[in-house]
Ligand binder design. Structure first.
Ligand SMILES: CC(C)(COP(=O)(O)OP(=O)(O)OC[C@H]1O[C@@H](n2cnc3c(N)ncnc32)[C@H](O)[C@@H]1OP(=O)(O)O)[C@@H](O)C(=O)NCCC(=O)NCCS
Length: 309
């Protein structure tokens, strides 16, 4: 039995089938639900990684999927890593906040966290698992069978006063219409997520309508540790997107701003070039499973954020 098992492990290692490799860490690490009291640890890890989240972002993950956020803990009781999952019905689940403390990296803990998150999502019968990978994370996801979907890039710059036309502030009673507009474009219904993001938007959320009062797009922003994050920024066409962007930048005049934009599928990057927004770093959107609900990426000028989708 022992010999059989060792052979199985060797074969998995040879073919890089990480899902079944009981790496040394697997025996030493356990998982428990990430709780609000773990947010300071999560904030420490994300600060080491130079990420932009605030405690409110962790709270959003916990409020949206309280059973889907996990902490990796060593046998000594020391927390060593985090992972969050966000479900959008059964269409897809999003994996985010994959963080391992630098002193514990390259020991298989990242793989264990990912496996745990995937098992959780599979248990919920989610058809497809998606995520936006950093170049460091991509190496890990490649070994777990994720496939590339499309490229994203983070743009950074400074908000500035500029002119725009027809854009209105988003009011609470606009939310239902915004959610209905968003669902086919995002690929799934995400009303609760948009409500949380709206609560974080501190008066910066905007909508644009046509002459029949139908939505032509919307934009939200929320504060972050290093910069305001604009997203989602969804629009029917480049002209609507431009007006919304201008209104968003004007609302954040003088403040540092990040946006995670689709590189090839929309003109978002060129629009941001005009406002001197530079590329900060690339991401790659990846998926695993049946990906039937791709939405309309050509209408997604900026995603909500790489940890959220
Ligand atoms: C990415 C991260 C979570 C990986 O955690 P980890 O515990 O080191 O991952 P593992 O030990 O399970 O590594 C799994 C595999 O990923 C790849 N990998 C991980 N880190 C790597 C690195 N720095 N360079 C090259 N390959 C790497 C390797 O294939 C590795 O397998 P191997 O060690 O057998 O070669 C960790 O580096 C981290 O927290 N980085 C900062 C935050 C981040 O970028 N998170 C990813 C968000 S998408």
């Amino acid at each position: 039995m022992g010999k059989c098992f060792r052979t199985f492990v060797r074969v998995c290692q040879l073919f890089r089938i990480k899902r079944f490799v009981p790496v040394t860490a697997a025996a030493a690490i356990s998982f428990r639900q990430f709780l609000e009291t773990d947010i300071p640890f999560g904030m420490r890890l994300k600060s080491i990684a130079g990420w932009n989240q605030l405690p409110e972002d962790w709270k959003r993950f916990l409020a949206h999927d309280p059973d889907g956020c996990f902490l990796g803990v060593e046998r000594s009781g020391e927390p060593v890593g985090t992972v969050t999952t966000t479900t959008y019905g059964k269409r897809f689940g999003w994996i985010g906040m994959v963080l391992v403390h630098p002193e514990h990296r390259r020991k298989g803990i990242g793989t264990c966290l990912l496996n745990h998150a995937m098992t959780h999502l599979e248990g919920l019968q989610v058809a497809c698992i998606r995520l936006d990978a950093t170049p460091l994370g991509k190496k890990l996801y490649d070994t777990l069978g994720f496939q590339d979907e499309y490229e994203l890039e983070r743009r950074e710059g400074i908000g500035r006063s500029c002119t725009f036309e027809g854009v209105e502030p988003m009011r609470p009673d606009d939310l239902a219409r915004v959610c209905a507009y968003d669902a086919p474009r995002f690929g799934a219904e995400r009303a609760r997520m948009l409500e949380f993001l709206y609560q974080q938007s501190a008066g910066t959320a905007k909508i644009l309508r046509d002459e029949t009062r139908a939505l032509r797009g919307y934009l939200m922003a929320r504060p972050g540790d290093h910069a305001w994050q604009i997203g989602p920024w969804m629009a029917e066409d480049a002209e609507a997107a431009d007006q919304l962007l201008r209104s968003g930048l004007a609302a954040l005049a003088g403040k540092p701003v990040f946006l995670d934009v689709l590189r090839q599928l929309t003109p978002a990057a060129e629009m941001l070039e005009a406002f001197s927004f530079r590329v900060q770093r690339p991401f790659i959107r990846m998926y695993r499973g049946r990906h039937d609900f791709t939405g309309e990426p050509e209408k997604t000028f900026a995603i909500a954020g790489v940890e959220t989708g």
